[in-house]
Design a protein around this ligand. Sequence first.
Ligand code: FUC
Length: 776
Amino acid sequence: MTKKTLLASAFMFSVLLIGNRGQAEDASDKSLCLSYTQPAEKWTDALPIGNGRMGAMVFGGVFDERIQFNEDTLWRGFPHDYDRAGTHDHLAEIRQLLFDGKMKEAAEVTRTNFLSDPVRQKAYQPFGDLRLHFAGQGSVTNYHRELNLDSATAVTTYRLGDVRFEREVFASNPDRAVVMRVTADKLRNVSFTLRMESPQTNSRTRAIAADTLALTGQVETNGLRFESRVRLVCDGGTVTTNGNVIAVDKANSATLFLVAATSFKNFQDISADPAERCATDLNSVSNKPFDAVLAAHLTDYRSLFRRVSLGLGHTSRAELPTDERLRSIRRDGLENDPALAALYFQYGRYLLISSSRPGGQPANLQGLWNEELNPPWESKWTLNINCEMNYWPAELCNLSECAEPLFAMIDDLSVGGARTAKDQYGARGWVVHHNTDLWRGTAPINNIDGVWPTGGAWLCYHLWEHYLFTGDKKFLARAYPDMKGASLFFLDDLVKDTNTGWLVTSPSFSPEEGGLCYGPTMDNQLVRALLDSTIAAADILNTDKAFVADLKKTRDKLPPNQVGQHGQLQEWLADMDVPNNNHRHMSPLWALYPGADISPANEKIWNAAKLLLKWRAGGSTGWSYAWRIPLWARVGDGEFAHSQLNGLLQKRTLPNLFDLCGPFQIDGNFGATAGIVEMLLQSQWTGERDGNTLRIVSLLPALPKEWPAGSAAGLCARDGFVVDCAWENGALRRAVIHSKLGKPCLLRYAGREIVLKTGPDKDYLFDGKLQPESLK
Ligand code: FUC
């Protein structure tokens, strides 16, 4: 495609988009498909589907199909609090050793006496596999496998002789099931056997009816019990059961309904009956016609997915299978396939919708997809970056509801975390360290790098951000006790640094750069953001005046961000940063992104942060590339942000577009999705105009030259704005600002700025110079 036609097609798309705000392209649009010309060989080639609670990986084998599945409450372990008796007895000693500069001794006492019991948390588990063996032989032609992000369906098609076969698989949220339909374009051609297996050693499969298999087991003694059922409904042909195998012979089509459940009720109660849960779900879904189940799935899924569209330009590479596109950008760069960046963005939204829905668990290190009994880092929730990164796109990408499982987890953590606060620190409120699991462990785990008490502060930032985006005061009233409890912990727990007089966390760690220390920059930023947002929340809710006064006093004694000898933002209280340390963690830059405290308003800190960002340079793990995208976007460098997205796709992306940390880890998918928004739209800062504080909404703040023309619709900004925009030749052409809440803002683009007063639920149209255009 020539440059001219490329621009023209982006322009056509923009016009279309502004005329249909928030509508995605037609369902058959291949720009929203991952596609392949061969079945998956490995698990990481298979295609993920999920309904927020169940996940499955579809391999698309011709004669032997495998569908590996998960349910998000199947974990090792049982209710357990992880607090070690006697930790508090060592706190004063550890603190004194740290203040005395005896870091090694402090680390030793901490390692021996201050970690959780047991020292490791529990692992997320694989549930089972459906194995289908199809009759027939001979050469296969026209093989195609795809994941359609607009319909959340994995489809496999091929021809065998003169028969065309098709399999569609999706995970329905309304029907709580994975559903698969097998069809052929000639009658009586669907014949296969079906088994259900599990890597769980204490499990067995049996037929419980002529058309139904049940897999039953228990993860460990006293652990979770689980059950999964699969039922086959055929059109024509015969269904017979032989032992624990179901055989379908000469049907016209066959539909499989798969459900799964455990005995998990909540982190303190595992007394549910998985068989009863499965029976309810299976009877409900398998009595409905396939078309009705599919229609309900599409309505539900599209109500979320179709809120946002993104076009970044299109080249002929977009016609290639996804794995070939990856190989080709590895050769010559993502700039040659901008549509792959857009696909990766929508894939991030797809993965969030598929792995995180109200009522389910939050997306863990692998979302909810896992085939290993011992997954990397137990596939837990790592709170010193990874879990939070999973939720960066939620508000920005118009998927606010998908953050609900995270908020429910924070509610849980405030319960267990209150015990840890009291037992380990003698403090009120609640605390969580750098990891948690299904049992909501809150004590410091693994080693001294687990002694990082600000996990709760970071999590609470998501509560506050949800309020900023939605203006939902009812939600804020629900979230406030968690924020208050997290703040209360720091009121009690911060200690006075004898050298400076500042109030600091101790002991702590700058993730995950040693050694044990007090008052690392990230902690100071996190606690400041927590106290600021709790003060603001109390004010909005008109409550807790005396408590707020205490919070303000403490807040003013927190260490400020500091500039060191090289002009860098310091990572620690002591000025000991090593120039060009390009550690994967960006901890001291938390207040630049995802926080918002570091802004051009404080030039000295702004420049120091930019220097540190430069030192950190490019990414290494997938998530570390991903974090660098929004950070560089915040300092307005679209080129470098794009280079990090390029690095992520070139070096840390699997054939199914899953992110690689070292092993598969989903955070990079989510972080990059949020990062792409940050290049196109920002709303983290406020400005003063005529004595009023206004939200700054910046359009195309870090547009890279690699995306000269494009359009986005349905992206969200704080204070309830939904933004569509289109650009050409690297310049804004049109924008539509939809105001949900009727708040004013300061609309900014390329050095121009206007004050926009809005009414609730109204649209405002602008041209590329921010001149108002009349509404049609
Ligand atoms: C943090 C990171 C690692 C990994 C782990 C799950 O410890 O530093 O790279 O992502 O979490």
